[in-house]
Write a protein that binds this ligand. Structure first.
Ligand code: GTP
Ligand code: MG
Length: 299
């Protein structure tokens, strides 16, 4: 593709937990590559998605929601945010427009200000807002704080105004050749996406502390049988009691997690999958360098 006006570059999605960053990533890419949930801190490491249009190629860098780090895990999550802010061409500050402004929002805004980078403000979840004029105070607040290149209200969930957002992001990228092949959707290894899909189902089926004490690692990904891909995933928890919750009565919960995740993985791979899940108790994995390295959450 040698088009003089073709644009390409990296765009970082930055925002508080639950703003809808990964929902938007999946929608723009057109495939589920990132876990989405109604629990905060769903995304744990940067996830890159690639969207190629006739006008350009955007490489989306989805990041963990900005939060105060407690465990080493959370420090690495925040390092991924800072790394993305430094390395991308354009930033997207994603804000849940249906909630009022808090200290967390100011903190995210400060990160954008300190970067002095070109940034677009995306006001998400407008499907939850009755009257569009309710957005005006928010728009006024943000435009007084920073010179955003664009302010765009969207609904990532419903896909409202998302095509326009893609055009606007592309417009602000530098001119240049595509960075990845046109048909590539992500540079994430399949093993890592598979682990995300399993973790998404754990987040969907468990409450309270379980989402935070759980990690998933793909330990085997065997495509030698052309009729079905064989996948083994280890689910880390920190205590025996948590293992019991994930397995459920007579193994019922683990079975449900596996069945739902398999549907998503088969859709992505376009072939049959044999998925085996097992639960490992690893005390304090969230504070151990070697465990975090195994899980794929790097410094
Ligand atoms: N009503 C509504 N809900 C949305 C919209 N976009 C995302 N959500 C929901 O918001 C929740 C959080 O979405 P995620 O995409 O996981 O948010 P995130 O910003 O990636 O969160 P972290 O990874 O924790 O930082 C999920 O329950 C989504 O379904 C939207 O446009 N409208
Ligand atoms: Mg996310």
């Amino acid at each position: 593709m040698s088009n003089e006006n073709f644009r390409s570059g990296y765009v970082g999605f930055i925002g508080r937990p639950n703003a809808g960053k990964s929902t938007l990533l999946n929608r723009l890419v057109g495939e589920k590559i990132a876990a989405v949930s109604n629990k905060p801190q769903t995304t744990r490491h940067k996830i890159q998605g690639i969207v190629t249009s006739p006008e350009g190629q955007i490489v989306i860098v989805d990041t963990p929601g900005v939060h105060k780090p407690g465990y080493l895990l959370n420090r690495r999550m925040m390092a991924a945010v800072h790394d993305a802010i430094l390395s991308v061409d354009v930033l997207v500050l994603m804000r849940d427009a249906s909630v009022s402004t808090g200290n967390g929002d100011r903190f995210v805004l400060d990160l954008i200000k300190q970067s002095e980078k070109k940034a677009l403000l995306v006001l998400n979840k407008i499907d939850k807002i009755k009257e569009k004029h309710e957005l005006l105070p928010l728009i006024e607040f943000y435009s007084n704080e920073y010179e955003f290149a664009e302010i765009i209200p969207i609904s990532a969930l419903r896909g409202e105004a998302v095509d326009n957002l893609l055009k606007q992001i592309t417009k602000h990228l530098p001119e240049g050749e595509p960075i990845f092949k046109e048909d590539e959707l992500t540079d994430q290894p399949m093993r890592s996406i598979v682990a995300e899909m399993v973790r998404e189902q754990i987040l969907a089926t468990t409450g309270e502390e379980i989402p935070y004490v759980t990690a998933v690692v793909t330990e085997k990904f065997d495509e030698s049988d052309p009729s079905a891909t064989l996948i083994f995933c280890a689910i880390y928890v920190e205590r025996d009691s948590q293992k019991g919750i994930i397995i459920g009565k007579g193994g019922s919960k683990l079975k449900r997690i596996g069945t739902e995740a398999r549907v998503d993985i088969e859709k992505l791979l376009g072939k049959r999958v044999f998925l085996k899940l097992f639960v490992k108790v690893v005390a304090d994995w969230r504070n151990k360098e070697s465990n975090l390295d195994d899980i794929g959450i790097y410094e």
